[in-house]
Design a protein around this ligand. Structure first.
Ligand SMILES: [Zn+2]
Ligand SMILES: [Zn+2]
Length: 387
């Protein structure tokens, strides 16, 4: 028996208010103190066992029904972004330069709604861990929670997460077996010369010219080193160096990101980047330094769990189908899927005739999706922990 819209109708208005309150008071990664306190309070009100302060500001609510030792976790992220909001909404951010531009406020509302609904229906047999994690936006809050003992404290067989997806219309969902989000690496390369007079370039290595060659060489790595059947992206996003029209700077820094899905491709790109930097540095007589940080692995869905998620989405009256391709954005839920079987699901959020992408200053989570998200969470629990 799946959850109907009328089963949860009474929950929606308070959840919309909760979501908008969090939206008005956004907090950056690992600083979600107010947000996590409000979530913990709400979970206690429902009567759940609450574990707070896991991996910083992480909170888990535990709900048990029946005697089975099966368990699963549902995860929502809580953090906002360092972006100035430009929505003009009545509940817009009251904190300058901080904004829920990725809809994590909506994720919190949907998961809290699922906890409220499942706590009163309890049509399952086992344990559900409602995981509210900090710092998804680049700081690895999921890893922090795992390292703090999340799965020892709250034993979990499988783990699932939703992310609102503006590329899909509201009322639809997609996921796929295997990679769904990319691994994210960042690099910062310094090329150091000596610096000197611009009129006497023969007396000093030219770090700017070296950096210029480096940018074009870096942009040939994916097209020349990676098989056409694989995919990857390398983007140079920042060049810093120089202050004056008549001075050759002593140092230039080149920064960027790499996205890929397969560890072999990731290895090939890092090795090629190191070769290219060494070659350019030798040719131009500059001293290179490379910081290469693989900060998020690829998010890889387990095939069975992805199929289960699609079936659950159909129970929740979503139009659900297999995502044709993964996205090149990244997600620290990847760490949870390295630790446990599970899947990551895109939940359509686009309003009719409108497309505002994630991380855009005018983005806002679509509250009309909250009931769908609750029903999808509930369907996952009721299918996997069927009584
Ligand atoms: Zn985001
Ligand atoms: Zn996000």
């Amino acid at each position: 028996m799946s959850t109907t819209a009328s089963d949860i109708a009474d929950l929606i208005e308070p959840l919309v208010a909760f979501r908008r309150d969090i939206h008005a008071h956004p907090e950056l990664g690992f600083a979600e103190h107010r947000t996590s306190a409000k979530i913990a309070e709400a979970l206690r009100e429902i009567g759940l066992e609450v574990h707070a302060g896991i991996g910083g500001t992480g909170v888990v609510g535990v709900l048990r029904a029946g005697g089975s030792d099966r368990s699963l976790a549902l995860r929502a992220d809580m953090d906002a972004l360092p972006i100035r909001e430009e929505t003009g909404l009545a509940y817009a951010s009251r904190t300058a330069g901080v904004f829920h531009g990725c809809g994590h406020d909506g994720h919190v509302a949907m998961l809290l709604g699922a906890a409220r609904h499942l706590a009163r229906t309890r049509r399952f047999d086992g344990t559900v861990n409602f995981v509210f994690q900090p710092a998804e936006e680049g700081l690895g809050g999921a890893r922090a929670m795992i390292e703090a003992g999340l799965f020892d404290l709250c034993p979990t067989d499988q783990v699932y997460a939703l992310h609102n997806w503006p590329d899909l219309p509201a009322g639809t969902a997609q996921t796929r077996a295997g990679p769904i989000m990319a691994a994210a690496d960042k690099f910062e390369i310094s090329l150091e010369g000596r610096g000197g007079h611009a009129a006497m370039p023969h007396q000093t290595p030219d770090a700017i010219l070296a950096a210029s060659h480096l940018v074009t060489q870096l942009n040939s790595i994916v097209s020349r080193r990676i098989p056409p059947t694989s995919s990857a992206v390398l983007s140079v996003t920042k060049i810093e160096g120089g202050q004056s029209h008549n001075v050759l700077p002593a140092i230039v820094r080149v920064t960027g990101t790499v996205r890929s899905f397969e560890p072999e491709v990731q290895d090939t790109i890092e090795a090629a980047l190191r070769d290219v930097v060494a070659g350019v540095a030798t040719a131009h007589g500059v001293k290179p330094t490379i910081i290469y940080d693989r900060y998020y692995p690829a998010t890889i869905n387990h095939p069975e769990a992805a199929a289960e998620a699609l079936a659950a989405a159909r129970c929740a009256c979503c139009h659900a189908d297999t995502a044709p391709a993964p996205a090149f954005t990244s997600e620290d839920f990847a760490f949870m899927l390295q630790a446990r079987k599970g899947a990551y699901i895109w939940l359509g959020q686009a309003r009719e005739g409108e497309h505002v992408p994630l991380h855009h200053p005018a983005y806002d989570f679509n509250d009309a999706v909250i009931p769908t998200g609750i029903r999808l969470h509930a369907a996952i629990v009721e299918r996997l922990l069927a009584a």
